[in-house]
Ligand binder design. Structure first.
Ligand SMILES: C[S@@+](CC[C@H](N)C(=O)[O-])C[C@H]1O[C@@H](n2cnc3c(N)ncnc32)[C@H](O)[C@@H]1O
Length: 270
């Protein structure tokens, strides 16, 4: 059967890769290390989990935590669930097919929300407001996003990103946005070049493999991605991924007992 929808096109392109955004275990663990009291983390949401790279890095680093990986694309969800089973982590890693903007999470239940390379799906401003009530008092939100590192981008990059990511934030404005939304910034750091290339090198190789595709939609997406890789690399001093770890700044008492009507559930005793 041929490729039939945009989801299918994206899965055809990204399916064989091992991650869907820049980042590597070193950068993920660097951000995790900044989370206060990380040994007390029990309930973790990995939003837009994709292939599950971050899900399993977090699961290994947090042996007492239960990770719920939320992903809208069913084949990725199945892949995470299968990997959890095969690696003996099915008790602690739960793969859930859902929309990160619509899942039902009871207030104050989450210790840590992880959104590596995925906060753009909801939009940063909206996500900061929407997800904050899910966090317990002192709970954290860690995310990475493609942002402007310098004041003004060169014209070619500005024009490209105006079309591809019109909501792109400036790194400098994010702390005040976060504070206005009720967080304090625990730490932020720019992903190093090797963490960017951990994504772009395999993606570029995948684009080469797809050069002979007979599918017009795949070829169109391939051209768009090749252009994006080119712009990212040529303007890599002006824009790139920055990681932010935020902590909920004010009180929201942890909710005792089960999660109630929330559709994100935890096994008894956790
Ligand atoms: C850029 S990828 C990042 C994947 C992963 N976090 C990583 O670092 O490799 C974004 C992921 O979000 C998923 N996604 C897109 N819209 C979504 C939504 N509304 N709810 C949940 N997941 C979504 C996509 O299918 C994709 O796997």
């Amino acid at each position: 059967m041929g490729v039939v929808s945009i989801d299918d096109v994206m899965y055809e392109i990204f399916g064989p890769l091992s991650q869907g955004a820049p980042g590597n275990d070193a950068s993920t663990l660097r951000a995790l290390d900044a989370v206060p009291c990380r040994d007390t983390l029990r309930r973790v949401l990995d939003l837009g989990a994709g292939h599950g790279r971050t899900t399993f890095t977090l699961a290994q680093a947090l042996p007492d935590a239960r990770i719920t990986a939320v992903e809208i694309h069913e084949p990725f969800v199945e892949r995470i669930a299968e990997r959890a089973r095969k690696s003996g982590l099915a008790e602690r890693v739960h793969a859930m097919c859902g929309d990160m903007a619509k899942i039902d999470v009871a207030a104050g239940r989450i210790d840590l929300i992880w959104a590596e390379g995925s906060i753009y799906v909801v939009g940063m401003e909206r996500a900061l407001v929407m997800w904050r009530p899910w966090l317990r008092a002192g709970g954290c939100l860690a995310f990475s996003d493609f942002v402007r590192w310098t004041g003004d981008l060169p014209e070619e990059a500005r024009a490209f990103w105006a079309g591809e990511y019109p909501d792109m934030a400036s790194e400098a404005e994010i702390p005040s946005r976060a504070e206005a939304a009720g967080y304090r910034v625990v730490c932020s750091f720019r992903l190093p070049r090797n963490a960017h290339e951990a994504y772009y090198v395999p993606l570029e190789a995948r684009m080469a493999e797809l050069a002979g595709s007979a599918d017009a939609d795949v070829l169109k997406a391939r051209e768009d991605i090749r252009k994006e890789i080119d712009v990212v690399r040529r303007f890599c001093d002006e824009a790139g991924y920055t990681f932010f770890v935020l902590q909920r700044a004010d009180g929201c008492a942890p909710v005792a007992g089960d999660i109630g009507s929330g559709s994100v559930t935890w096994a008894a005793g956790r």
